[in-house]
Design a binder for this molecule. Sequence first.
Ligand code: HEM
Ligand SMILES: [Ca+2]
Ligand SMILES: [Ca+2]
Length: 301
Amino acid sequence: DLGLNFYSESCPRAEEIVKEQVTKLYQKHGNTAVSWVRNLFHDCMVKSCDASVLLDTTSRIVSEKKSQRSFGMRNFKYINTIKEALERECPMTVSCADIVALSAREAIVMLGGPYIAGMKTGRRDSRESHISVVDDFIPNHNDTISLVLSRFQSVGIDVEGTVALLGAHSVGRVHCLNIVGRLYPNVDPTLDPEYSEYLKRRCPSPQPDPQAVQYARNDRETPMVLDNMYYKNLRTQRGLLLVDQQLVSDPNTSPFVEKMASDNAYFHHQFSRALLLLSENNPLTGDQGEIRKDCRFVNTQ
Ligand code: HEM
Ligand SMILES: [Ca+2]
Ligand SMILES: [Ca+2]
């Protein structure tokens, strides 16, 4: 099973090393922290917190990064930086799946979010990619709220927790590809008009070139702070994705949006609770899976 401070004997400084590396990376490239938060969602939601999302494509494996749902994910190369620091201290000991979890915990602090107490470790790494089922677990940007809620419910996260987790969209960016459906041919009438003008300036073409890096920030006010500005934006019709905006129009979720918009501490509390649950979804433990040497590849192909 997972446990608190699983590496206390095998690698006592493991959690400290992750913290040091996440801090250094954040100082050089602030958006690495944003990536670590998204990584946890994309790994843990898809079957298990097993670092399946980190595998690269090889002759035997099709990477989950190839999925349309993973569009825009970035900074994977810096996971290797964290892993290398751990390998220098304790070779073949700390799993990539625990790096995903611990780096997210530290990143949330860097971004002004809550410190998530009680995060367990001891996850082991998958020997396979789950590319064929990514779409069954990760919702699309324009899915209905009932589908989104059922996906989170299937990993034990309730409505309040789901509303809190979507608050991760208080940081980072969205590429135009995921936005233009709300702008062209007609502007979604639920969008604030001043906001849709801004979005059209950011995304001037209905068919964005997928190679061009055209995007809008999730939260224009505090783009690098994991705060409740996201919910305030939803209240003023400035939700970026359809899934975001639906949180205020649906009667099951809107009361939580209201509470989170007016109380940042409550948002942080719910975010911690839900993220902890997500971080413990169906891990490989004991002698299941393996401890990868390189997070991009299984040990023996
Ligand atoms: C219904 C659930 C969700 C959907 C449909 C969704 C969808 C998306 C989409 C489409 C993007 C923009 C990708 C791009 O164009 O570059 C995005 C970005 C992001 N998502 Fe989500 N997301 C969901 C839930 C979550 C959760 C639960 C978290 C974390 C707890 C999360 C964290 C992030 C972060 C941090 C970014 C910004 C990434 C960056 O700037 O590099 N998302 N999400
Ligand atoms: Ca996974
Ligand atoms: Ca923010």
